[in-house]
Design a protein around this ligand. Sequence first.
Ligand SMILES: [Cu+2]
Length: 72
Amino acid sequence: MATLTMQVPDISCGHCKAAIEQAVGQIPGVVTVSVDVAATSVRVERADGVAVASIEAAIVEAGYTVGTIAGV
Ligand SMILES: [Cu+2]
């Protein structure tokens, strides 16, 4: 299990939170995803085989821009 945090500066409200949590939550191997609206960050707990790029791609596909990624 590994945890990472991505900064997503476009996050502004509960809709953003729901959209990103749904998009990332659908990725096989993602255990938990939690969006902190105030911090504009996304925290993802995932199985070891899940590529960071697939998480980033899901967020981009949902319409957001990914900034700094920590914990990779
Ligand atoms: Cu929003």
